[in-house]
Ligand binder design. Structure first.
Ligand code: ADP
Ligand code: MG
Length: 339
């Protein structure tokens, strides 16, 4: 008798949830990335008890077509790519179609969305992957997503959650990076009613840096802007005397996506050369833009890690441009002229 069978969608979603939804911050990240992909100019995030009790993300983006609302919760259901070759040209933050089914599998979800301005929208309720409601409702254009009781049906995962402060720390960390990556979007982040972050959405990155790291830090920043055939780099780097004890405040945004990359941070540090005190790290917010074919974002479900196809060239470019900015400031002594 055959012993191998394909798991039903319900179990498959719970398994995928284990990868995609590690903690409340992953839910925040996925929902806010969806809001960004929907072209929103205003995104409000409100969490209760470190996101374990509730996470709400409200946007003013395109909204979801009523006919698509249920489909959006199927695995591998996405509006963002359709062909294999699209994978090499990713321009959206999402593309795997895994977030909504994974989140809905391990929580209680309420979605209200409208893709028109006539005030008519759709309400969807799902509990632990089971559809509870799909009906018409009044709604402004945009999407309002509420996720309650995360991991209520996966006690093992729930037990693994850290304190509310720790979970909140992960959430604000993500939100800071997202806000830094999109100064053109107005973000608010609230926890138990208290405002943690508010940005204006006027496109001024330095103002976002001030909102995230404080005005003193913003004052210590130097602008950077350069391009070569393949890459453009822009953003801000701190004066070498304005440093931190770890590299957490070195942010990299590649084609609008916040990423982590050890090699890139090493090349920035090389750019500072000997100007940094030992074991101290600068504050940097650096945006790199390149043709989508030069970067592979399909490395891990969280998409925090990417692969560059011309890595040495990118690293050399970054190092060189950092050094130039610091030299302009006459911070690095130039070699004495031969007489
Ligand atoms: P992905 O983002 O990888 O496409 P998701 O599971 O996160 O997959 O979302 C599935 C689909 O639901 C998206 O492709 C998009 O069409 C739609 N969607 C989700 N959130 C929003 C939102 N806030 N606004 C508009 N559409 C959304
Ligand atoms: Mg998504």
């Amino acid at each position: 008798m055959a012993k191998i069978h394909i798991l039903d969608e319900h179990i498959a979603n719970q398994i995928a949830a284990g990868e995609v939804v590690e903690r409340p911050a992953s839910v925040v990240k996925e929902l806010v990335e969806n809001a960004i992909d929907a072209g929103s100019t205003k995104i409000d995030v409100a969490v209760e008890e470190g996101g374990l009790q509730s996470i709400r993300v409200t946007d003013n983006g395109n909204g979801i077509d009523p006919e698509d609302c249920e489909t959006a919760f199927y695995r591998h259901a996405t509006s963002k790519i359709s062909q294999g070759r699209d994978l090499f040209q990713i321009t959206s933050l999402g593309f795997r179609g895994e977030a909504l089914p994974s989140i809905a599998a391990v929580s209680k979800v309420r979605l209200v969305t409208s893709n028109t301005q006539d005030g008519r929208g759709r309400l969807i309720e799902i509990e632990g992957g089971n559809l509870k409601a799909n009906e018409e409702t009044a709604a402004p254009q945009g999407t309002d997503f509420v996720v309650k009781e995360l991991f209520y049906n996966t006690p093992a995962r729930l037990k693994y959650m850290k304190t509310i402060q720790t979970e909140l720390g992960h959430i604000s960390d993500y939100m800071y990076r997202l806000a830094l990556s999109r100064p053109d979007i107005a973000f608010t982040v609230r926890h138990n009613g208290n405002t943690l972050l508010q940005t204006l959405g006027n496109g001024d990155l330095l103002q976002v840096i001030a909102a995230v790291y404080g005005t003193q830090s913003a004052k210590a920043m130097k602008p950077i802007k350069a391009e070569n055939m393949d890459y453009t780099i822009s953003g801000y780097i701190s004066r070498p005397d304005w440093t931190r004890a770890n590299r957490n405040a070195m942010s990299f945004i590649v084609n609008g996506r916040y990423i982590r990359n050890y090699g890139l941070s090493q090349s920035i540090l090389r750019g500072y050369h000997t100007l940094l005190p030992i074991n101290r790290f600068p504050l940097t917010v650096l945006k790199f833009d390149m043709h989508p074919s030069l970067v592979d974002v399909n490395v891990h479900p969280s998409k925090l890690e990417v692969r560059f196809s011309k890595e040495p060239e990118l690293f050399a470019f970054a190092e060189e441009e950092i050094r130039k900015v610091l030299m302009q400031e006459v911070l690095i002594p130039r070699p004495a002229k031969q007489s």
